[in-house]
Structure formats: C-alpha cells, structure tokens
Design a protein around this ligand. Structure first.
Ligand code: UD1
Length: 417
C-alpha cells in the first residue's frame, strides 16, 4: 500500500514536461492488434493503465518491449481472443480491445469492464454499434462473446457522443466491407490521435474531430512508428495546482488548443495565461475568483478536470457552481475535500462551492483517479500535512506525479505503508 504525504503552502514554480496522453495511448495500444506485425510507439506514459493493457496483449499472444516511454509491440502471434476477467475489471478501457479483436479476428470474449466508480458506466452503446456492423453478441453469466463472419460497413447513429464507443466502432470497421459512417461521434482530440495512427498504418479513417467519422475498409495495414499526443488532463491538473498555490509555471510538450475551455475558465478565475505552439505559461493571482462551469462532451469543459477545478474553487473568493453532465456520480471525492475544511454542497448533478480562506491538511482517501488528483491539488495549498491514501487510483493515470510536483517546488513524498 502506498500513500502521498504533502506539506502544503509551497508555490508551484518552474517548468514541467507533460507526459503522453493516457486516453490516447490506451486505444492506440489496442489498435496495434489490427496490424499483424511490429508497431513502435513513443511518448507512452508509464502508468498503471498502460501496463494493464500490455499485460492483456501479452496474454493474448502479443510481445511487448518497453524502454522508458518507447514501446515496441509485436502482435503477429496473437492467438487468443478472450480478455481475462480480472484485468477487464481493473480498467474500463480494456473494453476498447473488443473493437480491435472483432475487427481483426471476428471474435472477442470479455466481461463487463471495471474502472473508476464514477457512475454506472454501461457498455450498451458499444454493443449496439457492434451489432449494427453485423456482430452476433451472446451474453452468458456476465461474459460477452462477439462473433461474425464479416464486418459490413453501416451508418451508425450514436445516442450520445461516447468516446469509447466511437473508438470501438472505428477499430471494428478498419477491415470492414464498404464504408462505416458514425454520426453524433465524439470529437475528443484523442480520437483524432487514433485516426492519425490508424491512417499512418494504412487505414482510411476521415472526419475525427467532427461529429461525423467515416471508415472505408482496407485489406491490410503496415508497421509504423507513432508519437502519442500529450495528456491534456495531466496538463489541466498542473494548471490547477499552480493556480491554487499562487504559483507560476510553464507546461511544455502540450497542445494548448486541447485545453481551450480550461484555459478560459482559469482566465476567468484571474490567472494570466500565455500560450505558444507547444507550451502554456500560467501566473496565478493573489486570490482566485469564483466560477460557474458545466462539463460537456468535447469541445466543452472536460469532465476529467471537474474534480481538480472543484479543489481549486474551494479557496476562491465567492460561491462557485459546477454542473456535471457526463457521469452521474462524479462527486464521491467531495466528502474528502470537506474533511479538509471545504464548504461544498452537492445536489444531484450540481455542486455549490462556497470559497473558504484556507484548507487544512488531514488524512483523506482517493476515491477515483481524478478525484484523487483533486486531493493532491487541495493538499498543495492546505495548511499543515495532508496524507492521501488509496493512491493506486492516482497511479493509474499520472506518470511520476510526485517527482514532477517536487521539481516544481512542492513538498510531497510517496511512502509505503
Ligand atoms: C472516456 C475517457 C474518460 C472520460 C470520458 C468522457 C478514456 C480511456 N476514458 O471514457 O477519461 O471521462 O471519456 O470524456 O478515454 N455511456 C453509455 N453507454 C455506453 C457508453 C457510454 O450510457 O455504452 C455513457 C457513460 O455512462 C457516460 C457517457 O456515456 O455517462 C460518456 O461516456 P464515454 O464518452 O463513453 O466515456 P469513456 O469512453 O468510458
């Protein structure tokens, strides 16, 4: 068991290099199954979730060679199509392997996925999408088997622009007969990264970043090298850490366009922000101003930054209002912030945050990945010592989190208990 110990009150100052994106890496690693050969990926974050993905690939017959953030994946000997239940439960994104296995082998067995407890997180849209492509789905005691003779391109209307569903349908359609058209597709930058990667391998995917994506089936793919995009959620977390400590930092290796709504909200809160092609500089004000924000599918404000913004708003001047529109129970971390002196009321999808002068360090728990990051952000500014337990959640998605924070001047240690 591990925990973080933070002594609050140190301003974040200096330069931090943002890691490769977790949410882009996971579908791209899954997509390597489509290529019967070797794929080289750069800028892959060394985090728990990518390690789980590699474990699953190895169980399916793949080979994974890792050197720092470079990974060579050989999928030429994949000969199993069943994702083990224990690993499926570890991480929701494992469901994304289904699209690749169906696309390549017309065969996938998996169970209902696990992951962060932030809502019911059904996979009905994924399964409806597969069915539309001609996949036969059988459910047996929690196991789901998908089989078909061939995938035939179709028009698919999504009831909601689900990120994972959009990615799964793209992956399943890469070798389809004819053209697949996804309407009301999710528009997240990570889907553009998946499209760019697939096209580099020889696939024909168009439209990612808009709400209509078309995939024209191809016969085969080729070996490629690919550099994963930067992690906009990690970047947003560092921006909030800087803002809450009254600091001044420069984030490098990032595409500021991916953070437009978060930057707009930080400016509204009084932060001075300068952006270049691949950097963001933030200079925090003496006092953060309160905000109103609601989470929306991209290009709206990202649900994954909701919790770190709430942590920031606990010390704002005035009362803030946050509405969570994506996941119905994404406020499980709020009682932990309240233990630190935050004044927050949650009613359904709305959180009302009354700004207080200071938070106070105490013992808290990470309740999920981003809720855990919110505890760290709060601890950075709190008076005294904050101990954060259950940090396995945080390690799922942040690479070298404590080291990067220490390099910016924070007093944070990772200890074994
Ligand atoms: C991805 C991200 C996650 C982010 C989320 C929303 C990855 C690995 N994870 O998750 O960090 O918070 O997008 O931006 O990229 N839904 C259904 N049925 C389905 C699928 C989804 O009802 O079959 C609902 C979900 O319960 C949720 C909403 O759609 O309320 C959005 O989910 P979705 O966009 O699919 O999120 P993920 O792909 O799981």
């Amino acid at each position: 068991m591990l925990k973080y110990i933070i002594k609050g009150g140190k301003k974040l100052e200096g330069t931090v290099k943002i890691s490769g994106s977790k949410n882009a890496s996971l579908p791209i690693i899954a997509a390597t199954i489509l290529n019967t050969g070797k794929t080289t990926l750069y800028n892959v974050p060394n985090i728990h979730d990518t390690q789980i993905m590699f474990q699953i690939l190895e169980i399916l017959g793949g080979k994974v060679e890792k050197k720092n953030n470079k990974v060579i994946i050989d999928t030429s000997k994949i000969n199993k199509y069943e994702i083990p239940e224990n690993l499926m439960r570890e991480m929701r994104s494992s469901v994304i392997l289904a699209g690749s296995l169906i696309g390549k082998y017309k065969n996938a067995t998996f169970s209902y996925p696990g992951g962060c407890d932030i809502g019911t997180r059904p996979i009905d849209l994924h399964l409806k999408g597969f069915e539309k492509l001609g996949v036969k789905i059988t459910k047996n005691y929690g196991n789901i088997t998908c089989t078909c003779d061939k995938i035939v391109g179709q028009k698919i209307e999504l009831d909601f622009p689900s990120v994972g569903t959009t990615e799964n349908i793209i992956l399943a359609s890469v070798f389809a007969e004819g053209i697949t058209e996804i309407n009301n597709a999710a528009r997240e930058p990570e889907i553009i990264d998946l499209q760019n990667f697939l096209n580099r391998m020889g696939a024909k995917v168009e439209g990612a970043g808009s709400n209509q994506i078309t995939i024209q089936g191809v016969k085969q793919l080729k070996d490629v090298s690919y550099n994963i995009m930067p992690d906009r959620i990690e970047a947003g977390t560092f921006l909030c850490g800087t803002a809450i400590t009254g600091g001044n930092t420069r984030l490098e290796g990032i595409n500021p366009k991916h953070l437009t709504p978060a930057i707009a909200k930080l400016e509204e809160a009084g932060c001075k922000i300068e952006t270049g092609k691949s950097y963001i500089e933030i200079n925090a004000p003496k006092k953060i101003k309160s905000l109103e924000l609601k989470t929306m599918p991209y290009p709206g404000f990202p649900t994954d930054l909701q919790s770190v913004f709430i942590a920031l708003l606990t010390i704002a001047k005035g009362t803030s209002l946050v509405i969570e529109n994506i996941f119905e129970s994404r406020y499980k971390f709020v009682p932990e912030l309240i233990r630190m002196g935050a004044k927050i009321t949650v009613e359904g999808r709305t959180a009302i945050i009354k700004g207080t002068r200071k938070l106070y360090g105490t013992n808290v728990k990470a309740t999920d990945l981003r809720g855990g990051a919110a505890m760290i952000i709060a601890g950075l500014s709190a008076k005294g010592k904050t101990e954060v337990e259950n940090i396995e959640y945080i390690l799922r998605g942040y690479e070298n989190f404590d080291k990067k924070l220490r390099d910016l001047g924070a007093d944070i240690r990772l200890i074994k208990i």
